[in-house]
Design a protein. Structure first.
Length: 311
């Protein structure tokens, strides 16, 4: 999963993110927002992913036609995931969602299943190459793909940059707004069955307190492979996700954390801060989105038709 392609400095106060440096506090009715509960639904992340993934598939097919059949081998898995593992196909909807998620879980079920640990994401099968000749093939294939599609990379690039700016407006918030809400949540947990101890020895990574419950074992990251051994060009097999399994008591404690986030109002405060930042960022980029959204919609339709005609 890609976070941000090129993110600027995040040393920005939440108040700046929320007010947009003097910009309007919310976009006008001229900007179409698909989901009223999510201001960022005005950004056509799905259409952008459609455009970029279609372009990547055409590239992969071209690589295979020019002496690199390994790309056909990984194409089904990459296509199924819309090439999200490639930096050239940013999944900005997932990026927006990850920055917007409540630090205290999205639901009681989410809390019970995750606990206080971390799952290691899986990886799609991919091609690794040290063949210098591939660079020329890739450049020629890129040119071929652009001839088949609209070739309007400037529009797509400009849209990605807007998406990066929208993500930046949210990226500052977790570090700035998590602490006051967490203080309320911990005070609530202390009054219930699951008190927290800042001086306890059993602190989960990222929390800094002991929740007084046995924890699951963090999954180990796979050992780094020496990719240079074996072949000039080769397929790196997919790696499944390594799930963190919380203990039963840990799940109950995490569920208590979620309930406390609701009862104390910390969750509502978080949503207000996130939506204020989203509205301010959208207002700042409103004119650009009004201009580019119709073009992105057309490019997504064109990309799908082009792919269908060339598959």
């Amino acid at each position: 999963m890609n976070k941000i392609i090129a993110i600027a400095s995040l040393a920005v106060l939440v108040s700046v993110a929320a007010t947009g440096c003097g910009a309007k506090s919310a976009p006008s009715d001229s900007l179409s927002i698909a989901d009223p509960s999510d201001p960022y639904s005005a950004y056509l992340a799905d259409e952008l992913l459609t455009i970029n993934s279609a372009s990547r598939e055409l590239d992969y097919r071209c690589y295979a036609d020019n002496g690199y059949p390994e790309y056909l081998e990984v194409l089904p898995a990459q296509k199924a995931n819309q090439f999200r593992s490639s930096a050239s196909t940013p999944d900005l909807k997932t990026t927006f969602r990850s920055f917007s998620e409540s630090p205290w879980f999205s639901s009681e079920e989410d809390a019970r299943s995750k606990g206080y640990g971390h799952t290691v994401p899986g990886l799609d099968a991919q091609v690794f190459s040290m063949d210098s000749a591939l660079a020329k093939v890739a450049a020629d294939c890129r040119e071929s793909t652009l001839k088949k599609t609209s070739g309007n990379e400037d529009v797509v690039s400009a849209y990605v940059q807007v998406g990066n700016s929208l993500a930046e407006a949210l990226a500052v918030i977790p570090n700035q707004a998590k602490e006051p809400g967490t203080k309320k949540v911990f005070e609530c947990m202390d009054k219930g069955q699951y008190p927290v101890d800042p001086n306890g020895p059993n602190k989960p990574v990222g929390w800094g307190v002991d929740f007084g419950v046995p924890l699951g074992t963090e999954p180990r990251m796979p050992g780094a492979q020496d990719l240079t051994k074996g072949a000039v060009t080769k397929v790196i097999p997919a790696q499944p996700a390594l799930r963190y399994e919380p203990t039963a008591k840990e799940s109950e404690s995490a569920a208590a954390m979620y309930r406390c986030s609701v009862e104390t109002g910390a969750r509502d405060d978080w949503v207000k801060i996130i939506n204020a930042a989203k509205n301010a960022a959208l207002a700042k980029h409103e004119a650009t989105l009004i201009e580019l959204n119709p073009k992105i919609k057309d490019l997504a339709k064109s990309a799908a038709l082009t792919l269908q005609a060339n598959s």
